[in-house]
Design a protein around this ligand. Structure first.
Ligand SMILES: C[S@@+](CC[C@H](N)C(=O)[O-])C[C@H]1O[C@@H](n2cnc3c(N)ncnc32)[C@H](O)[C@@H]1O
Length: 210
């Protein structure tokens, strides 16, 4: 197995990509994601944290009454999210940070969102654990990502792509964050998988054991 890229290298890579990110995502948005962004954001309530918020492509899709915080590793991606928020008149507290070590106290948010971010975070299981930690009991975790396909030929192709993408960009194609969500004891309330299983979206509730 190749050595994981350092966070500093990943940050530089995302900073460099920031200016072309929205355009590059355009193809995947049209061909693969369908209504995933509105599906995710429409379920957010009250105090909401978006992890790996990127350029803020979701910002305009949240219900107006949600109080938004966004975090990301890349200052350049966050600059674009800040400009977008100003353009659309959306208040959001944007912070630099690492999804694997969130700076927030336990049980700080009613909703935690991450879209197409866990494919890029080095330790996806650790990041899910952090999202669950900062979620209040009874809160909702909303995740969407590209994951390992249900089709054998596509799985083989994903394995080949990963030989390059993991080493050079830390981009994973065969993960399934839902497994970490289940292992963390959350209750899956809604779950959809489509496009040969490549796109998966999940709404999972943190049990309220009080
Ligand atoms: C594919 S982009 C997704 C951006 C956004 N969530 C979206 O839906 O368009 C991946 C994002 O993850 C961020 N990222 C990568 N590793 C991270 C980490 N350890 N902590 C926080 N953000 C990270 C990158 O900076 C980048 O903005």
């Amino acid at each position: 197995m190749s050595k994981p890229l350092s966070l500093e290298r990943l940050r530089r890579r995302w900073d460099k990509q920031s200016a072309t990110y929205d355009k590059k995502m355009g193809f995947s948005e049209r061909k693969f994601f369908g209504d995933t962004r509105p599906w995710i954001c429409g379920q957010a309530r009250d105090e909401t944290l978006e992890v790996a918020v990127g350029t803020g492509l979701n910002l305009g899709l949240y219900p107006a009454e949600t109080a938004l915080t966004g975090m990301d590793l890349s200052p350049a991606m966050l600059d674009l999210a800040r400009s977008r928020a100003a353009e659309i008149g959306r208040g959001v507290d944007l912070r630099i940070g690492d999804a694997q070590q969130l700076e927030f106290d336990d049980a700080s948010f009613d909703t935690v969102v991450c879209t197409f971010g866990l494919c890029a975070v080095p330790d996806d299981r650790g990041a899910v654990a952090e999202m669950v930690r900062v979620l209040r009991p009874g809160g909702l975790l909303l995740l969407a990502d590209h994951v390992v396909s249900t089709s054998a030929p596509l799985r083989a192709l994903q394995s080949v792509i990963e030989l390059y993408s993991v080493r050079v960009e830390n981009e994973h194609f065969r993960r399934r964050p839902i497994e970490h969500v289940r292992a963390a004891g959350l209750v899956i309330e809604r779950h959809e998988r489509f496009k040969k299983g490549i796109i998966e979206r999940v709404a999972a509730r943190k049990p309220d054991l009080r």
